[in-house]
Write a protein that binds this ligand. Structure first.
Ligand code: FAD
Length: 280
């Protein structure tokens, strides 16, 4: 799975499938259900740590579900559309609301599941509804309020549903203003994030009233390394793969950071990243 994750970490999967249409997702899920085989869905793998023993069952990669179209003030996108492409389409249509998401390296499906956000915006602010494929392979429409959105979280994780399509409700805006905002956010990311190394973005959720990066830094953990996993010196909220890191390196470093922040600051850091695969 190291080929399919942003972190370049992860043992083998039993089976990886790349559905190219929604009915193919349904077929895979129905077959998995019929034979009692577990499945895991992945978009761009930009918020995921796959354990070293890999993933049992089927990994469903949505990256080939690439259709997207504007429709009045809406944009409708299939799950595998990169968030950056979604933002670009909205910009070219002079539709505002999604600028915050420029530079988030995930897919539409992963961004809905994670309620991805930045610069004061998040997916739940602009999402109208989604179509999900249920664990029995049926399609179901869920409105924004039915998705149980929270900070960097949604109820999707509890129901095995796969987002296959999302519809965003946007507002007509001035294109030059949108472009300027996107450039400003992109500049900020480049200046503050370690984009030269594999990572999965911020490893921890933001604790109430503070920032994980600030606490980690205050604990003297910038640059702390276990094997090939290192707390970034540029942004302490990121743990990067500086060379051949294993999931075990990464997990041990997460635990060390959590223990040290708890000990020195009394704050419990909750991982934002999703950890999947067979336990050691
Ligand atoms: C450099 C960098 C910067 C980042 N910046 C940000 C940021 O500013 N804000 C932010 O919120 N995140 C950020 N992230 C994290 C990540 O990009 C987002 O969480 C993104 O939304 C994940 O999308 P993905 O397609 O890569 O999902 P994946 O990593 O593939 O999966 C994440 C979770 O979503 C589930 N999932 C994936 N697709 C679907 C689907 N179709 N249906 C149901 N569940 C699904 C997976 O099972 C998993 O639980 C960053 C990551 C990196 C590497």
């Amino acid at each position: 799975m190291s080929k399919y994750t942003y972190l370049r970490i992860g043992g083998p999967a039993d089976v990886v499938v790349f559905p190219r249409a929604i009915h193919e997702v349904q077929n895979v899920v129905r077959t998995a259900y019929e034979f009692g085989v577990p499945y895991t869905v992945l978009g761009n793998g930009s918020n995921i740590l796959v354990r070293d023993r890999g993933v049992r069952g089927i990994v469903i990669m949505t990256r080939d579900l690439q259709r997207m179209r504007p429709c009045g003030n809406m944009v409708i996108a299939q799950a595998g559309v990169p968030v950056v492409a979604l933002v670009r389409l909205a910009e070219t249509q002079s539709l505002g609301g999604l600028e915050f998401a420029c530079g988030i390296p995930g897919t539409v499906g992963g961004a809905v599941r994670m309620n991805a956000g930045a610069f004061g915006g998040q997916m739940s602010d602009v999402l109208s509804h989604v179509i999900i494929c249920t664990r029995r392979g049926r399609l179901q429409k869920l409105s924004n309020s039915e998705l149980g959105f929270k900070y960097r979280d949604s109820a999707m994780k509890d129901n095995d549903g796969i987002v296959v399509e999302a519809t965003y409700k946007l507002s007509p805006s001035n294109k030059d203003a949108l472009t300027a905002k996107i450039h400003e956010y992109t500049r900020h990311r480049k200046a503050t994030q370690p984009l030269d190394y594999p990572s999965c973005g911020s490893v921890f959720k933001r604790p109430p009233g503070d920032f994980a990066g600030r606490l980690i830094s205050a604990c003297g953990l910038r640059g702390k390394r276990i094997g090939g996993a290192q707390v970034s010196t540029k942004h302490a909220g990121f743990i990067i793969n500086v060379g051949a890191a294993t999931a075990s390196d990464y997990l041990r470093l997460i635990q060390l950071v959590q223990a040290e922040v708890q000990r020195q600051c009394g704050v419990e850091l909750e991982p934002e990243i999703q950890i999947v695969g067979e336990d050691d």
